[in-house]
Design a protein around this ligand. Structure first.
Ligand code: SF4
Length: 173
């Protein structure tokens, strides 16, 4: 079956069999981290919009689960960039919860958690995974290059605040 926005499931030590949902086109990100496996971000963006059609993502999920499929423990919202730039994230999580009895995880750089609306949307997921660089401000400042829309100080404070108060699980990616 051809999937436009899904990949895996990939066996992960922390998540089990994780089906990835790619919510932004390649290198759509507000950061350019030195360790990024996708390479440098040509042009950072902080634009929050429906970077890929929500309906296509839903169709892919319906197709995947309508047929015999590999073991799947969790649906992981990620992307070839920053998934919190995908505006209908909350709507997608609600759809997943209504349709499938599987938990969700969000892998994010944490920067957009400074925005109240993005925090609300992301709190619908079961597990939040922040980058290891968020564990230290000094480390983060040296290894990530936030775009103009995401000053590091704001990012660090937002993700630290959120990590400390998350109702579901919270880890480092
Ligand atoms: S936040 Fe993630 S996708 Fe964006 S540059 Fe850093 S590692 Fe790459």
């Amino acid at each position: 079956m051809t999937m436009r926005h899904l990949f895996g499931p990939i066996l992960s030590r922390r998540l089990g069999h994780s089906l990835g949902i790619n919510l932004v086109p390649r290198k759509t990100c507000n950061y350019s981290c030195v360790y990024c496996q996708l390479g440098a971000t040509g042009k950072t963006t902080g634009e929050i919009r429906e970077h890929v059609p929500l309906e296509e993502v839903k169709e892919d999920l319906e197709l995947f689960f309508s047929k015999p499929h590999p073991e799947t423990d969790i649906l992981t919202l990620i992307g070839d960039g920053e998934p919190l730039l995908f505006s209908p994230l909350g709507e997608l999580v609600d759809f997943i919860k209504a349709r499938y009895s599987l938990p969700t995880a969000l892998i994010t750089n944490g920067s957009l958690l400074a925005l109240e609306e993005r925090r609300r949307a992301s709190k619908r997921v079961d597990l939040l995974l922040l980058p290891w660089t968020q564990s230290s401000r000094r480390l983060g400042e040296r290894s990530t290059v936030p775009g103009k829309a995401s000053p590091w100080r704001l990012t660090w404070r937002a993700s630290s605040f959120t990590a400390g108060r998350w109702r579901g699980g919270c880890g480092r990616k």
